[in-house]
Design a protein around this ligand. Structure first.
Ligand SMILES: NC(=O)c1ccc[n+]([C@@H]2O[C@H](COP(=O)([O-])OP(=O)(O)OC[C@H]3O[C@@H](n4cnc5c(N)ncnc54)[C@H](OP(=O)(O)O)[C@@H]3O)[C@@H](O)[C@H]2O)c1
Length: 301
């Protein structure tokens, strides 16, 4: 089968090539992949496996072989899938706990955009408890996680402040539910009940200083590449937290939920880059270059 293989000599770190088909374990369905999405974490380095390995967390397609243990959907089912690798291929073996059947009206490209970005936004937001009527800041709001986070926080009744890198990158966020769109931390005021932080660095330190008592920062990512340096006594005072966040596994139920929101027209999947997986190098450059509004999705054909 064809797959996007790790290739340390390639400019993007990947090349389209031939590899062996996966052999599903008893708890895995075999899925013919139709579309995949790219995540910052898997293309910006750090998660590369050995040359020749098949990377990729997010993909959507059609079940061609049901799991041997009887779990999961029947052949022919349209599904969205997650795993710690193996997504960027014509065939993927996927744990039946890491997939969901797609409702009508959600296409493969929309579905492929969901797993890591939307479920991260969902699970991180849940850490705040109720955000009804409370102020929530989302940093890196123009990105994959960010655009889902803005929408899910707004759906939950929060007053959402979306922080972006430039005015242009903020376009469309008010339509998605942001009450305020700011560049960096310009004009940012407290109190903040929660911060979904994709960017880290000095902006995180500023946001921490504006947290209400009991509020927290969910440290999701650190795309700024800058350290968050807390001056003496900045962390002394009323109880406030910076918490490490990791999305984790067992996505099935949450994937079904976010897909149902898409089907109901309550969650917009913003696909800022769409192309063939033959052009993965171009897509990866656009994502790392902060040129993609939302998600980068590649069609597998
Ligand atoms: N902990 C977890 O479980 C988990 C799960 C998913 C993702 N993540 C992490 O979360 C982060 C966001 O992921 P993503 O998929 O949303 O990435 P993405 O789509 O590439 O978006 C990243 C955002 O970060 C901003 N950014 C990039 N470089 C920046 C810089 N030098 N300074 C300030 N802002 C910068 C960009 O802002 P502008 O567009 O405004 O320029 C962009 O919108 C990544 O670090 C990723 O690894 C973690």
């Amino acid at each position: 089968m064809r797959a996007l293989l790790v290739d340390s000599s390639a400019k993007s770190g990947f090349r389209l090539g031939e590899t062996a088909e996966p052999a599903p374990a008893p708890n895995q369905a075999l899925v013919e992949i139709k579309a995949l999405s790219l995540n910052y974490g898997e293309v910006a380095g750090g998660y590369g496996k050995e040359d020749g390995a098949v990377n990729g967390w997010d993909a959507a397609g059609v079940v061609v072989k049901a799991a041997a243990d009887g779990s999961g959907p029947e052949p022919g089912s349209r599904v969205v899938t997650f795993g710690s690798g193996g997504a960027w291929a014509e065939l993927r073996a996927v744990d039946t706990t890491e997939l969901a059947v797609l409702p009508d009206g959600v296409d493969f490209a929309q579905a492929a955009a969901l797993p890591v970005a939307a479920v991260t936004a969902l699970r991180a937001l849940r850490r705040f408890g109720s955000v009804l009527g409370r102020r929530v800041l989302v940093t890196g709001a123009a990105g994959g996680v960010g655009r889902f986070a803005v929408q899910l926080a707004a759906l939950s009744g929060a007053h959402v402040i979306a922080s972006v890198g430039s005015v242009a990158r903020g376009e469309g966020l008010e339509k998605l539910g942001a009450a305020e769109v700011i560049v960096g931390v310009e004009g940012l005021t407290g109190p903040l009940h929660g911060v979904l932080d994709n960017v880290g660095g000095p902006n995180q330190v500023t946001a921490f200083g504006l947290l209400a008592e009991g509020g927290s920062i969910q440290s999701i990512g650190a795309t700024s590449g800058e350290p968050s340096v807390y001056p003496p006594y900045a962390t002394v005072g009323p109880q406030r937290r910076v918490e490490g966040f990791m999305m984790g596994y067992n996505l099935g139920e949450d994937l079904a939920y976010v897909a149902s929101l898409v089907a109901a027209g309550k969650l917009d999947v913003e696909i800022g880059y769409r192309g063939s997986w033959e052009n993965s190098e171009d897509a990866i450059a656009a994502l790392i270059g902060r040129k993609v509004v939302g998600k980068a999705v590649l069609d597998v054909a």
